[in-house]
Design a binder for this molecule. Sequence first.
Ligand SMILES: [Zn+2]
Length: 379
Amino acid sequence: MNSFYLKNPKLYQDRSFVETTLTVRQGVITEIGGENDEALDTIDAKGCYVIPGFIDPHSHGAYGIDLNHASANELRTLGLKLACHGTTSWLCSIGCDAVTQTEKAIHEAVLAIEEPGKGAELLGIHLEGPFLSPKFHATFEERYIQASDIELLHHYQAIAKGHIRSMTMAPEIRGAKDLMAKAIALGIRISIGHSDATWQQTVDAYKAGAHAVTHLGNAMRGFHHREPGILGAALDYPFFVEIIADGVHSHPAFIRIVDRLKSPNHLMLVSDSMMATGLPDGAYHLGSRDVTVKDGQSRKEDGRLAGSTLTMDRALLNLMEMTQKSLAELIPASSTNAAQWLGLSHKGNIAPGMDADLVFMDKQGALTRVFCRGEEAKG
Ligand SMILES: [Zn+2]
């Protein structure tokens, strides 16, 4: 059933809720406020807030699946699982790893993109590395970090058949300027991260076309009032910024400050989730690293954070709690802004012509139904 008529929803429209109707045909929103002229199946959404499906531009896995090692089938399975948390489209993040492992991961992702399953739509690949600062490799193994290598980038995008949509890189490494220009020419969006860039280097990167910052505050040079670094530039310039709103990766006060400066148009919630997401505490891995998850926090042996166990529905509720803002005010951070950053004209909003990616939420913030391109997700 990817055609239906929705009655009585509190429908998200431009940062407020409106009681109206919604018509979906063949997985696409065709009308708002119309009658059910074609006698489509009717869904009564009384008492539900209906909001755009979440777009997660940064995930390393969940439910026992690690995206550096996942098969195409596991990626499809994950699409179903993520949809149950309201994610209706996403990028699979391949973390910095050996070249052969990266090639394998890209290959499997391409299969899953080109022969998709049901559930959350895999939009493409986010390559997190390998062109990072050795100083801020964080969870990744330093030995896999590479100097700027245009040929390698070209190779990755060739085997990805153009499906690498974004790449996290450090703009201060030697040769980064040419690498960035090449990446952009190959259709890859640049997000600054795992980086020691100064304020000036970050501003220069912005002007060269790098318009996002990966998990702001994490794995980067800190803020100093005489050298504001990436943090300062990210807040000063119109960068899209990712935040991991799990209460662990950043202090709530930091999230509030970022929200104040970046909402409504440039804040992006991401999960940065790893394979233990949705599973109990225990021993897991993140890419090539062994990690331990305790109290939902994923850490390496040295105690440093290694991915999160966050889901997008939880991230949105946490952000509401941290900022004391309303659902309607924060929805752009869970969908619209990521769509803008990724250049998706058919996702991230509820309007005619958009994919029918819809999340139903009750008054308490619990998800009751999720639709991906008009198809109800049942994980
Ligand atoms: Zn990551």
